[in-house]
Ligand binder design. Sequence first.
Ligand code: P6P
Length: 349
Amino acid sequence: MSAVKTLGQFIIERQSDFPYAKGELSRLLRDLAIAAKIVNREINKAGLADILGEAGSTNVQGECQKKLDIYANEQFIAALKNGGECCIVVSEENDEYIYIDSAVSKDAKYIVAIDPLDGSSNIDVNVAVGTVFSIYRRKSEQGKATMEDILQKGTEQVAAGYIIYGSSTMLVYTTGKGVNGFTLDPSIGEFCLSHPDLTIPQDGTIYSINEGNYTHFPDGVKKYIKYCQVEDRNTNRPYTSRYTGSMVADLHRNLIKGGIFIYPCTASSMYGKLRLIYECNPMAFIIEQAGGLASNGYTRILDLDVKELHQRSPVFIGSENMVKVAEEFMASFSPQVLKRTFEGVVSIQ
Ligand code: P6P
C-alpha cells in the first residue's frame, strides 16, 4: 500500500510554492481543515442529536437557518479567530463581514469568504452537503482591513476549496497550482491525499440544472437544455440529467466525471441564486485550475466586478467544451440578458 500522505504533510511539502509566504497560508488551510472535521462529526450524527430542523432564525438571504447551518458557521469562524491568520471573515450566514480584532489577528493578512453549509436543506434527507471557502490577501498594507480589501475579483484569490460531506468526507482545494483532493480517514482523524492533480474531463455527458424553473429561463438556456436532450450518437446525446440541490455535490460529481452545472438568472432572481464571493468565485477557481470553465453565460466568473458582499451571479461551470456550447446558445438566443445584467444595479435580494 502506498504511503499515506496527510493534508498537513502535503501543505508543508507544497509550502515552497509560496516563496514569500512564511507559513501563514499553510496554517490557515489547516485551521479550516480542523473546523471541517468538527462539522463533519456533527453532520454524521445529525439524525441522532437534536440539531435537525429549523433553528427559527433566517439569514441575510431570507432562508430559514437550520441548526447545523449555525453550528457550522460558528465552528469555522471560531477556527479562523483562534488560528490568528485571518483578519476578516465573510459568511453567507452573516449580514455584515466579521472583523477579527484580536492581538493574534491584528496583523493577519488573509480574508476568508465562506459558505459554511451549502445545501443544508438536504441534511434532513441525508443528501450530501458542503462547505465552500475562498481566501484572499488583504490589499491594504496596515490598519484595519475594510470593504475594499474584501471586494476583490475572483482572479485575486490565493486559495479556494470545498469540503463535501457525502458517502465519504473530502476536502478539495487549489492554491493556483492544480487541484488536489483529500479523503477523511475517521480512524486516524486525518484528511489523506486520495485524488492528486484532479482534472475535469474536457467533455461530459451530465447536465445539472433545476428544470423546475424552465419556464423562467432565458431562451438560450431553454435551447441548450433541448440540445442536451436530442438523440445524437455522434455527440453522445441525449446527456444525463443529474441535480441534487447541493451545488458542492453536483460540482464534485461533474469534476470527477465531466459535466456542466448551470444556475441561470430566472424571472424571480434576475442574477441567479448563487453568491459570487463565497460560491461562484471559489468554485470557478477550482474548476479552472482543473481545466474547466466558469462564466455567467457571457463573461468569465473570475473577471466579474465584485460590488456587494452577497452579490449574486448566474453561473455556467464545468467541462470546457460543454460550457463553450452553452455560451454559444446564450450569445445566439439571449444576448439581451447580458445587457440587462451589466446595466442593472447588482441584486442582493
Ligand atoms: P434550487 C443550496 O441552497 C444552493 O445554494 C446550492 O447548493 C444549490 O445548487 C442551489 O441552492 C439549489 O437551488 O433553487 O434549485 O433549490
